[in-house]
Design a protein around this ligand. Structure first.
Ligand code: TEU
Length: 571
């Protein structure tokens, strides 16, 4: 027996507001811009739209530093614009989920300004403050050795009070003190505010960081050359995390809201099932990053790691099987605003392979069990910035801090070169280039030069060129979303099993429900290889999707062309 739910059947389109569509000619995307493109989103077939933060913010971290949770940033629009967006989406049968950043605020939020102004402030305890550690020579040191996700210490010294405050991200993003019940109540009220406005749910930012190890003890030294150490095991899933999640879950339940939590640094499904299992009433699903972390070390984005298609498949299989055996649920994604483009990272953005590669990845992820997320531009096969672009084209605080730290540490040229090659693959900036609407100036994104430059390839790679072309990447994604709706039983609720699990280059799986079986075959090889078709799949089959025009029937041994992918229904 399967547990059906609307949020399991939904496909989500993920929008980065600064880079989607500029309506007022200031070079930055905005909410009216989104409103003007709703028919495009409807055409793709999305059921839910998730918009990254557009609340009032100084935008040190592109809106993930919120200074007023109950207002819209003027750069993005007004409250009326959000209401229009809600109306426009709802009238098309699409839901809206917003990004809830509850781990930290901006240092410009009135709570933090007050907290910083005086130790007596009623808001002081909304944040995490600690006395300096005293060094051998009486010098003041950060209270522990934890490293910020954006380089340097997690502690920032405050002269006024002679204390440090805690920030996992930039110094402009002080962490909220979730141990303080007042803080939790504030956040819950904010969530209710938006739900009452008609918002249909939330993507909960960095939600596994809400509860930290209260001892704040030093992390073990894993990187001897570094002053600060990776400490996620101390700030992820702290002792009170489920208590908070249950509280959050109650609010979500009141409104039958959609919820997806972001949980970095967590590859243990037995931890995540506690959040998403159907009897826990915490969150619907979680973004875990084991798959898209495949080309990095655990502790750092820019430490390269070799990976194989076999590992890609094994990781997916691990989560698919675990969630299905434990009545949990997966969030399926290969891209978001924090990563390089999937076609550039996992296959190839060479002109001759790009379309077929983007479609192969879509097939790979698109028929697995879970709620499917598509990040803006992924549906067009958009690629990373050109490798020739210099560092000056990168705008993200994480990229900039990282490179600056290396320069400050007098890193040798070889280290700088490696850093640059990693940045070219994985920087968050790649996903934040302006959306490519058409072949006109600035890709139809804006009438002026946008806040980030448009990718060189926009004349060829854009929405206008793809929406009406039945062979485009867009049409392919559209088919996937459509097939998930049409063959709901097997594609949403069907059992997942790998086929030929040990094959090194081919990831094949089946979904089955009653007598229906969908076979999904994807080749991660850039040349032709042969594949033995298991006996039970032999026969004409009904090819519902394939990334090469001419597919031949399933005989005992077939040749898979470079990055070939198909989905075939047998019953
Ligand atoms: O990301 C939090 C997070 O843990 C990561 O995905 C992070 O971006 C990455 O690991 C850094 O290397 C969320 C948002 O998605 C991100 O854009 C924000 O910058 C961050 O929270 C802070 O709010």
């Amino acid at each position: 027996d399967v547990h059906r739910a609307w949020w399991k059947e939904a496909s989500v389109y993920h929008i980065y507001p600064a880079s989607f569509k500029d309506s007022n000619g200031d070079g930055v995307g905005d909410i009216p811009g989104i409103v003007s493109k709703l028919d495009y989103i409807k055409k793709l077939g999305a059921d839910v739209v998730w918009v990254c933060p557009c609340y009032k913010s100084p935008k040190v971290d592109m809106g993930y530093d919120i200074s007023d949770y109950r207002d819209i940033d003027p750069q993005y629009g007004t409250m009326e614009d959000i209401e229009q967006l809600l109306e426009g989406l709802h009238s098309r049968g699409i839901k809206l989920i917003m990004d809830m950043v509850a781990n930290h605020t901006s240092d410009q939020h009135e709570w933090f300004r007050s907290a910083k102004a005086s130790k007596e402030s009623p808001y002081r305890d909304y944040y995490i403050w600690k006395k300096p550690k005293v060094g051998k020579h009486g010098e003041k040191l950060p209270p522990n050795n934890w490293q910020s996700l954006f380089s340097g210490s997690v502690w920032e010294y405050d002269e006024t009070s002679d204390e440090y405050y805690f920030h996992l991200f930039t110094t402009s993003q002080p962490d909220l003190n979730w141990e303080n019940p007042k803080v939790r109540r504030e956040i819950y009220e904010i969530m209710r505010f938006w739900l009452t406005k008609g918002v249909d749910g939330f993507r909960m930012d960095a939600v596994n960081f809400l509860s930290k190890d209260p001892s704040f003890r030093d992390a073990p030294v894993t990187e001897p050359s570094s002053k600060y150490q990776h400490a996620s095991s101390y700030y992820c899933m702290g002792p009170r995390i489920h208590e908070y999640m249950v509280e959050i879950g109650e609010i979500l339940k009141e409104h039958n809201a959609f919820s997806v939590g972001e949980m970095a640094y967590l590859y243990d499904p037995t931890e995540i099932i506690k959040v998403v299992s159907s009897d826990r009433n915490e969150l619907n699903m979680v973004f875990q990053f084991e798959l898209i972390d495949i080309d990095r070390s655990f502790s750092h984005r820019y430490t390269p790691k070799k990976w194989t298609p076999r590992e890609f498949k094994d990781i997916s299989n691990k989560w698919q099987v675990f969630m299905q055996e434990n009545d949990g649920w997966n969030a399926l994604f290969l891209e978001n605003h924090d990563w390089g483009r999937s076609v550039s990272r996992f296959v190839s953005d060479k002109p001759e392979l790009r379309t077929v590669g983007a479609k192969m990845l879509a097939t790979f992820i698109g028929f697995q069990s879970g709620t499917l997320f598509v990040y803006q531009g992924q549906e067009l096969g958009l690629a990373n910035m050109p490798k020739s672009w210099p560092l000056e084209k990168y705008k993200d605080v994480e990229t900039i801090n990282y490179y600056k730290q290396l320069l400050d540490d007098d890193a040798p040229q070889s280290v700088l070169d490696l850093a640059m090659s990693e940045i070219r693959k994985k920087a968050r900036d790649h996903a934040r280039l302006p959306f490519q609407w058409d072949s006109s100036c600035f890709a139809g994104f804006s009438t002026v030069r946008p806040w980030m430059d448009v990718n060189d390839d926009y004349r060829e790679w854009n929405a206008a060129a793809q929406v009406n072309d039945s062979l485009s990447v867009f049409s392919y994604w559209r088919s996937i979303l459509d097939l998930r709706r049409t063959y709901k039983d097997v594609l949403i609720y069907g059992k997942f099993e790998l086929v030929h699990s040990s094959h090194e280059d081919v990831c094949a799986y089946q979904r089955s429900f009653g007598s229906d079986v969908a076979l999904v075959v994807t080749s991660f090889n850039d040349s032709s290889i042969s594949w033995i078709v298991p006996q039970k799949f032999l026969g004409p089959g009904k090819f519902l999707l394939s990334n090469y025009a001419d597919v031949s029937p399933l005989v005992a041994e077939i040749v898979l062309r470079p990055y070939e992918a198909f989905m075939c229904l047998l019953s």
